[in-house]
Design a protein around this ligand. Structure first.
Ligand SMILES: Cc1ncc(COP(=O)(O)O)c(C=O)c1O
Length: 424
């Protein structure tokens, strides 16, 4: 089996029963399916292979921010994927995982000098520049290092990605990217600079897109602008189209991968450049779940609360974006459904995974799975309420392995110090 399926009334990850993982590693526990990760890459690749010639296949640079566990990155790296990073820490992660620097692109509006220097010295494929000030800083640092540095300009296409407002990134007043007028001027400046190599353009309009229309609109704008740049005799080797492909959390229409690949074929391919994609959620989202346990059942006047051992510090998406995560019983009981509010233990009303949710009768110490938590799950976890970060496990067929140990309270406390003048 691949992914998360029931067998004989028990939920499995690939061929491993979830209760066995819970007993071995404890809960809350992130569980990833290697089979599903591979399948997602294959699904995207086969759509691209159908639409685009063999020698024009895009570099798939997995958006590391979605899931940056070293084992996950290693698995994707062995499949030939590169990575889109947004920090020096992520640069370290992808290189440690064995992803070659020439498959790494670096986005983000606030890169520090140290982070930029690390990227310049690692000779990554391209740094995606988000502002004039950042370009000037890269130019200075590249010159100090004596290293000609490949940069791409992040274009803000001013399109509405038709997604949650907190994960839309391509509207004119979002903090990301630059206007075409500004890029045009800076492209010439960079071309004339001894230590910069303008390598192309990049964009990323938002996340969890299931409708292809915003992609088409944005890519048309990108292609028209790329043509303008090329017509001026400026070099343009790569068009980086960002990520954004959505997944099915609840009842969304799945993104039409063939249509997506055909949009790239029709709009981007004729420009003759290399092509880069930065999918994150699409690859990792439904390849992971958060396994947790019921700590208490609390019957209030109107509501029956299922209080889990996982909270918003472990999976913040519902609290942060009102995101929906299906809750599945790991070993469902027969009988009528019961209506619950599924909540965490954190002292916030926002620590609610879902309200008015029908589940088979559920008892204290039962295991539940919060589905589709493989992207923007563990990576967003925090120590709020001094709750240790959960562990992560990777399952591959019959095998399972811990890929991140559970943090302890001691690990957290060890970073605090009490000044001497408070101890005397
Ligand atoms: C620059 C950039 N590229 C790629 C991604 C990945 O997006 P997604 O996970 O929706 O594919 C993001 C996420 O917001 C991003 O900011």
């Amino acid at each position: 089996m691949i992914g998360f399926n029931y067998k004989d009334g028990v939920l499995y990850a690939d061929n491993v029963a979830l209760p066995a993982l819970a007993e071995e590693y404890g809960t809350p526990l992130y569980v990833y399916s290697a089979g599903r990760l591979r399948e997602n890459v294959d699904r995207l690749r086969s759509a691209l292979q159908k639409a685009l010639p063999a020698d024009r296949q895009p570099l798939i640079a997995f958006a590391c921010k979605a899931n940056s566990n070293l084992a996950v990155l290693r698995l994707l790296g062995t499949m030939g994927l590169g990575s889109d990073i947004v920090s020096g820490g992520e640069l370290d992660r992808v290189l440690t995982a064995g992803i070659p620097a020439d498959k790494v692109v670096y986005s983000g509006v606030g890169k520090s000098d140290e982070e930029l220097l690390a990227a310049i010295n690692a000779d990554i494929l391209q740094i995606n520049v988000e502002s004039r000030a950042e370009l000037e800083r890269i130019a200075g640092l590249a010159e100090d290092c004596g290293k000609k540095t490949r940069i791409a300009f992040r274009m803000n296409p001013d399109v509405d990605a038709e997604t949650h407002h907190k994960i839309a990134t391509g509207r004119h007043d979002d903090k990301f990217g630059m206007t075409r007028a500004e890029i045009e001027e800076l492209y010439v400046w960079a071309h004339e600079h001894d230590f910069l190599e303008p390598y192309g353009l990049q964009m990323h309009i938002g996340s969890q897109l299931t409708n292809m229309k915003p992609f088409r609109e944005a890519y048309e704008k990108l292609a028209a602008f790329a043509t303008k740049i090329k017509d001026q005799g400026l070099p343009l080797r790569n068009l980086d189209l960002g990520g954004g492909l959505g997944i099915i959390y609840k009842d969304e229409t799945p993104p039409d991968l063939d249509a997506y690949a055909e949009i790239i074929r029709d709009i981007i391919l004729p420009l003759g450049t290399d092509i880069t994609l930065e999918p994150g959620r699409f690859i990792a989202g439904d390849a992971g779940l958060l396994l947790c346990r019921v700590s208490y059942i609390k019957q209030s006047e109107q509501v029956r609360h299922l209080i889990l051992d996982a909270g918003m510090n472990d999976l913040v998406r519902p609290a942060m974006y009102d995101a929906y995560h299906e809750v599945r019983p790991v070993v469902p009981r027969a009988g009528d459904m019961v209506r619950y509010d599924v909540v965490g233990p954190v002292c916030e009303t926002g620590d609610t995974f879902i309200r008015d949710y029908d589940l088979p009768e559920t008892r204290k110490r039962d295991y539940l799975a919060l589905m589709c938590a493989g992207a923007y799950g563990f990576v967003m976890a925090s120590n709020y309420n001094t709750r240790p970060l959960p562990a992560e496990v990777l399952v591959d067929g019959d095998k399972s392995a811990i890929i991140r140990h559970r943090q302890t309270v001691r690990d957290i406390l060890d970073l605090d110090t009490i000044p001497g003048w408070l101890t005397t």
